[in-house]
Design a protein around this ligand. Structure first.
Ligand SMILES: [Zn+2]
Length: 377
């Protein structure tokens, strides 16, 4: 049923089109042509100009050939780097790069699987409900495309996102994340001549970080300080420190609680750092910005879309394990907009590295699963 040579050629063509985030123009042009050849119509939103990308999000539609609720399939067209000079190599049934770039199986394996499934649907004239294929831009830089997607263009209230590693699981839960941006201001002074007149922003930050609960906090919560910037010279007491971190949790109360713990550590150390210089009190100060990075997703185990995928997996004889994930993706955004979306693995592995790979057998397997999902939807 699945044409292995065709899906391999499709994947290789796409992988060879470099499309790092923000520079998706050539990939978008290719996809417009490719989906048009499959009989799909195109709608674009205006996300590109809003986020500074070369392309908008693309929505391809295939009219239903049977009555039923529309189904969304989602993928992203951008990749991480490095991509310069990317050449996909197929050896012993596995696609890899030449070793000095990523491969881009994240997420082009998913796009190739959708295209192959649509080829089969057409060849075998399999009746299907209306299909909405959403291809986003700038997923890899904070789901910017999905966050700016014009959701009024979508009718589907259920969907699949093809965008995770492996080819044996469906993800129904993912955490929410909050970002924390911090500016600590102390007081600059000559470190050798008058250190007692200075307040080191680095020392305040270091003490605060040492008291924070970071790393894995529990099974559903993690926290990290990932960026730190400070200092001008070794003989100057540093006046400014900026740091940036995140907390992720499947549980909204824990998310709030652990952000508060981090902020409390900062406040405590900043408040303790005052000094007196010539009878005058000099105080350190703190600015904290907390913002929502992405919302949690939680598709209940009894949800229709999950039942549909599991049933299709049985038919296609693809063992599929339902589980939770630790990261956010476009699917978090779709779920928050009322499109109940489950993520499935595309076969991509070792992603975001030059060792990224995808097995041909997995491309075929997931394309087959998609055919059965579309048939049963
Ligand atoms: Zn991805």
């Amino acid at each position: 049923m699945i044409n292995q040579a065709r899906i391999c050629a499709e994947f290789a063509r796409q992988a060879a089109i470099e499309s790092p985030s923000y520079q998706e123009k050539l990939m978008a042009e290719y996809l417009k042509e490719r989906f048009s050849a499959l009989g799909a119509s195109l709608q674009e939103d205006r996300a590109g100009s809003q986020i500074g990308s070369q392309s908008n999000n693309l929505i391809f539609r295939l009219a239903g050939t049977k009555v039923g609720a529309p189904l969304m399939l989602s993928v992203h067209m951008d990749t991480v780097g490095p991509t310069a000079g990317l050449v996909p190599v197929l050896e012993d049934g596995v696609f890899r790069s030449q070793g000095d770039t990523i491969l881009g199986a994240d997420d082009k394996s998913g796009i190739a699987e959708i295209i192959e499934a649509l080829e089969v649907i057409r060849e075998e004239q399999i009746p299907h409900v209306p299909l909405e294929i959403v291809v986003t831009v700038c997923e890899e830089v904070g789901m910017l495309g999905a966050k700016h997607l014009d959701f009024s263009l979508l009718e589907a209230r259920r969907g699949l996102a093809l965008d995770t590693t492996g080819a044996e699981h469906a993800i129904h839960r993912a955490p929410a994340a909050k970002r924390i941006q911090v500016e600590i201001t102390g007081k600059a002074a000559h470190a050798g001549v008058a250190p007692e007149n200075g307040i080191s922003a680095i020392v305040i930050g270091a003490k605060a970080i040492a008291a924070m609960h970071l790393g894995r906090i529990d099974a559903e919560t993690t926290a990290n300080i990932g960026r730190l910037k400070a200092g001008q010279a070794v003989n100057i007491i540093p006046q400014h420190l900026s740091l940036e971190g995140e907390v992720r949790s499947h549980n909204p109360e824990k998310l709030t609680k652990h952000v508060a713990q981090i902020v409390a550590c900062l406040e405590r150390e900043v408040n303790k750092a005052d000094i007196m210089v010539e009878g005058q009190k000099i105080e350190a100060s703190l600015k904290v910005k907390v913002f929502d990075d992405y919302p949690a997703m939680h598709v209940p185990l009894h949800a229709d879309i999950l039942q549909l995928v599991q049933q299709a997996a049985l038919t296609a004889q693809v063992p599929l394990q339902v589980k939770a994930a630790g990261g956010g993706s476009d699917a978090n955004i779709f779920n928050a907009h009322g499109i109940e979306t489950v993520i499935i693995g595309t076969g991509m592995n070792k992603v975001h590295s030059v060792e990224e790979e995808v097995k041909v057998a997995d491309l075929v397997k997931i394309a087959r699963l998609l055919v059965e999902v579309i048939r049963a939807a």
